[in-house]
Design a protein around this ligand. Sequence first.
Ligand SMILES: [Zn+2]
Length: 96
Amino acid sequence: MSNQPSAKVVAKAHGLLTAGRVRVVEYGPDRGHFEVQGSAEEPYDVKVLRGVWACTCPAKLECAHLVAVKLVASGQPPLTVELGTRDPDLDALLDF
Ligand SMILES: [Zn+2]
């Protein structure tokens, strides 16, 4: 990954994970769909399709929601969400 998220964003992402704010909607070989409950009333949708990430929050740059989901998808602790069987294909896609 070329531009690393700031330490502040990473810390916030870990906070989201430990608070159990990340929910897996769909997790497959070439796509993923997650919901992250941020500060807004409605959860943000975070999606990845063939390595391209998108979040519905207003942040222009990489946000804590994306970082949190990437941490989950890469299998890094702390894992507080239920993931099905790890998919090696997606793991390869998420090589960052
Ligand atoms: Zn976001």
